[in-house]
Design a protein around this ligand. Sequence first.
Ligand SMILES: [Zn+2]
Length: 295
Amino acid sequence: MKRTLATLFLASSLILTACDTSDAEYDTDEQSEPVEDSSGETSEGQADMNEHSNEDSDDEEDVSIDEPEESSYLYEVNENDIATIQVIEGEEANERVALLTYDDAPDNYAVDIAEVLVEHDAPAIFFVNGMFIESEEGQEMLREIHEMGFAIGNHTHTHQSLPSLSEDEQTEEIMKTSDLIEEIIGERPRFFRAPFGQNTDHVKELVREDGMVLMNWTYGYDWESGYMEAEPLANIMVNTELLRPGANLLMHDRRWTLEATSQIIEGLRENDYELVDPDLIRSATPEQSESEETD
Ligand SMILES: [Zn+2]
């Protein structure tokens, strides 16, 4: 049955082996669901929403999204697919958003990618592998990315399939990375993404206890043959039917991804997507973490 599931995911570009090519035979129950709704609607109906940037926004906006306070989260990760970014019930915010994320950072191109993002005033999350920030060089890259204002996520220490590890090892993979990140930038990461999107109950609990937001992704292509060049990659990232409001875009620290970044940002904005600021995203289950404080 797992094979069947895996095949389904393959068919819909939600490939388990997002970050390398090892076999995926693990429990896939938490994998992002394939998207059956393929209506590529890009009506102009919502085109008047502001493009969120750090510049002054139009006066119609009554919510200050430039300076989020503790209680001013506007978005959350859908808890069913652990990927889609949705407006928190009762909040007023643009639903037509997309989230940019870069995994396996900072390796070779993350700082360059961050610089391109800054040029475009585009927010994003960089998911960091702890093993990349053990060196002075890696630490300096992380510092630069953080200082440019980007959200930092935890992508485990050595990028193994977490379900194949003992609970102690899972803890080590996650906590070691958060501790290291905190040592370097002075704060713990607020986002967590498991290698291959493979989470366990233990991982979910740890992530919640440490105050992180768990997220997989909606789609990504930069590890697939045929998309390891800027042009086809930028094209599919913007024109795939999987792009819909709340899409969580997975990319990596790769050369072609760097080269495609400008085009991806511009293409999303041309399609009236606002790039969501990760600072506005809260955990999907904030009440749970509060209620567990007494345990
Ligand atoms: Zn990865």
